[in-house]
Design a protein around this ligand. Structure first.
Ligand code: NOJ
Length: 740
């Protein structure tokens, strides 16, 4: 048909706006899009909302109004088909078509569940964390359309009463730095370009900063953090994560010495942006802008919103408080450039992750994209490296052949799955199929033995001892005692409920849950000469010295995910030699908290820590503790001066036992005297090596001036002349002198 001139005009191609052109540089796209936006559209980009139906334990789960102009939706898990329908509304029906960024707490797996972060750190193999973060990203994107995970949680924590120690990499800043980087690389890729490819997702370093310092380990409590502590302990993992390219951070709930984190200009703008050059965005934590009222910072929603955005917090999670910014700008009380800056950062990340090019997620079945054999294999591989052998009297482990023998598995966690999965397990729930209980795996590993199972006492209740106590059943203990009497070997499955640690699961006491001490006692009395092995599941260090004395061996399983029971059986039978070490110190009792590596010198060493237990100075199990089925011997380290102010250190480590094993060499530095006093031992590096029986390897370390220096309360590094000691084991160390 011949076209009339007017029809021709109607067909004239409308030029694609620059911001939609993937060939344009990100900064140009950001600028172009920003200039087209109304104030309302900008503020919506700074708004993150749940849209209900979510299973996030922190969320109320009610349905809220969805707006296709919101910048982000969190915790949506209604499947990718529905998620894409929402996304289509944003991309196709809004004026500018800005896609929504979908966030979720993918902490130690999406469906395939890996060991919790605290356990991962104890593997001292960051490559495993990179691998499992990669898998988590793939599953979360393919099965949930997740673009952004609220992980890694990188907070250094000294108090195991705080429920959230389970989410982080322990108490040592250096370990946390290394694992933070690994997680960021796993989620985002090692090269900025990779992030654009679907299946790589943006990481979020949280919670910025110092939430873990909450008083008394209570959740959401006040934190009193000196600048020195901030720079020495709490900031380093964030700095490492930013250097690794993490695209976002989440500000924390806590009030940092008088200024709540979400409204803290020093941390969010001066440190993060001005000093570290971070150009991604910060999201507030759940309701933390509105909680400024509870913290008695401000009861005025507009003031709270303004204080947060001015301090540098860009996106507001869940409470919709940033809606109040509109009137402030219109009334001339808040310069629009503050909003523009925040929007710019959000848009930048959206462009960097390729969201405009790939707004829709694959619509596949979960069976097609989750639980792939290599994912499940990685779960077992990681679990093997995270389970810690805490005690092994008379070489009780590995077990000799149990053919024709009777094994009693006793304890409330023996037939459970959730105790291995833990808190924040994204879509994984109680799931015997993928996270088989110890009982299931014991039957598989000991086909020629009789396996008897008795819980012995009630399963712990996640939130209250009183609830556990109510479930007391008088028949459980006698049945367990009978099982123990007739057994050849006793496995005691003890420890926490899978949800007994995690957010708002702080505990005043960190002993075994109710009835478990009594259970251990009764079993030992019923079977005085039989080998008893405790298998303890927990999301934090537990203090159970008395029970520990009554058993011959202890495997601390943490919550090691889908591979937990498989790896436990492999270790029990000697197929795998345990190699994990503790990334967090175990106190003897709650009264000893805080007790951690990197502690500073006391003013007197000649008197005991506590008068009531003078024989119990020091922790129960220190950071770095963990036994093996073989033994390792360390030679004296040798130090030589290198170029440019460096020192080269070497130590030979020999496997002196009869089994192949892996050993983590942790290097501790002691700056003997400084104007700015230094820790008794500071972790400066670690390396895990594999050694055959009789084999010796030389492990080297280059100490750079940066490693020898310390950070002062203004975050500046300082190097002082003087004597240092370097050690890789308790028994040996070498000293050297730094002169400037
Ligand atoms: C609150 C938690 O503190 C945080 O870690 C989590 O990412 C958000 N809720 C979103 O679920």
């Amino acid at each position: 048909m011949k076209k009339t001139p007017s029809a021709k005009k109607a067909c004239k191609k409308v030029a694609t706006p620059l911001y939609k052109d993937p060939k344009q540089p990100v900064e140009a796209r950001v600028k172009d899009l920003l200039r087209r936006m109304t104030l309302e559209e900008k503020i919506d980009q700074l708004t993150q909302m749940p849209i209900g139906g979510d299973i996030n334990p922190n969320n109320p789960g009610e349905w809220r109004n969805f707006s296709p102009t919101y910048g982000s939706i969190l915790s949506y898990c209604g499947g990718t088909k529905k998620r894409n329908e929402f996304q289509r509304l944003a991309v196709e029906t809004t004026r500018l078509g800005i896609p929504i960024i979908w966030g979720f707490d993918v902490i130690h797996g999406w469906r395939t569940t890996f060991p919790v972060s605290l356990a991962q750190a104890g593997s001292f193999r960051p490559a495993l964390t990179e691998k499992l973060s990669r898998i988590s990203a793939l599953e979360a994107w393919n099965d949930g359309g997740v673009n952004w995970t609220f992980s890694p949680m990188v907070e250094v924590a000294h108090d195991p009463r705080w429920g959230r120690v389970v989410e982080g990499y322990g108490e040592d800043p250096l370990t946390a730095q290394v694992f933070t980087k690994a997680a960021v690389y796993g989620y985002q890729g090692r090269k900025a370009e990779q992030l654009k490819t679907p299946g790589y997702i943006a990481a979020c370093l949280k919670h910025f900063v110092g939430y873990s310092a909450s008083e008394g380990g209570r959740d959401y409590a006040y934190t009193d953090i000196s600048r020195r502590a901030l720079w020495e302990w709490y900031l380093p993992p964030f700095e490492a994560g930013v250097a690794a390219g993490a695209r976002t951070l989440m500000s924390s709930f806590n009030d940092i010495t008088g200024t709540p984190a979400v409204a803290n200009y020093y941390t969010q703008t001066e440190v993060l942006r001005n000093r570290w050059g971070f150009d991604g965005f910060i999201v507030s934590d759940w309701g933390s802008v509105s909680q400024l009222k509870a913290q008695r910072f401000s009861s005025d929603p507009a003031e709270s919103a303004a204080a947060s955005v001015v301090a540098g917090n860009d996106m507001c999670m869940s409470d919709g408080y940033y809606k109040n910014l509109k009137a402030l700008v219109e009334d001339g009380k808040l310069p629009v450039k503050v909003i523009n800056k925040a929007v710019e950062r959000v848009l930048r990340v959206k462009f960097q992750i390729g969201l405009f090019e790939h707004p829709y997620a694959p619509e596949k079945t979960k069976e097609e994209v989750c639980w792939l054999p290599e994912y499940l294999q990685a779960a077992v591989e990681t679990a093997r490296e995270t389970i810690v052998l805490l005690k092994n009297e008379k070489n009780t482990l590995p077990l000799k052949s149990q053919k024709g023998k009777r094994i009693a598995l006793i304890g409330p966690n023996g037939d459970k799955s959730l105790c291995h999965i833990g808190w924040w397990a994204a879509l994984a729930r109680d799931d015997e199929k993928h996270a088989p209980s110890l009982l299931t795996k014991a039957r598989e590993f000991f086909p020629d033995s009789e396996i008897v199972f008795e819980p012995g006492c009630p399963e712990p209740f996640p939130a209250s001892n009183a609830e556990t106590i109510k479930k007391f059943d008088p028949n459980q203990l006698p049945a367990a005692v009978e099982a123990a009497k007739s057994a050849d070997v006793i496995l005691l499955a003890l420890g926490e409920h899978g949800h007994q640690s995690g957010e708002y699961h702080s505990r005043r006491d960190i002993c075994l849950p109710p009835f478990q001490d009594e259970l251990v006692d009764a079993i030992r009395k019923a079977a005085p000469d039989k080998p008893i092995i405790a298998l303890v599941t927990a999301g934090r260090p537990l203090a159970f010295q008395e029970a520990a004395k009554k058993v011959d061996a202890i495997l601390y399983l943490w919550q090691s995910g889908y591979g937990a029971s498989q790896a436990t059986m492999e270790i029990l039978t000697g197929k795998v030699n345990p190699s994990a070490k503790l990334a967090m110190t175990f106190p003897r009792t709650v009264g000893q908290i805080p007790v951690y590596v990197n502690a500073h010198h006391p003013a007197r060493f000649d008197l005991h820590d506590y008068q009531d237990y003078p024989e119990e100075d020091g922790p129960w199990f220190p950071f770095g503790y963990g036994l093996s089925y073989t033994t390792f011997e360390y030679a004296e380290p040798v130090v030589k001066k290198g170029a440019n102010g460096t020192f080269k250190v070497k130590v030979s480590v020999t496997n002196t036992g009869k089994k192949a094993g892996a050993e983590t060499i942790i290097w501790y530095l002691h700056d003997l005297e400084a104007y700015y006093t230094q820790p008794v031992k500071r972790v400066v590096s670690f390396e895990k090596i594999d050694l055959e029986p009789g084999e010796t390897k030389v492990v080297s370390l280059t100490l750079t001036p940066e490693m020898l220096s310390y950070v002062n309360e203004d975050g500046q590094r300082q190097l002082e002349e003087g004597t240092f000691e370097i050690s890789a084991s308790e028994k040996t160390s070498a000293s050297f002198t730094v002169s400037l």
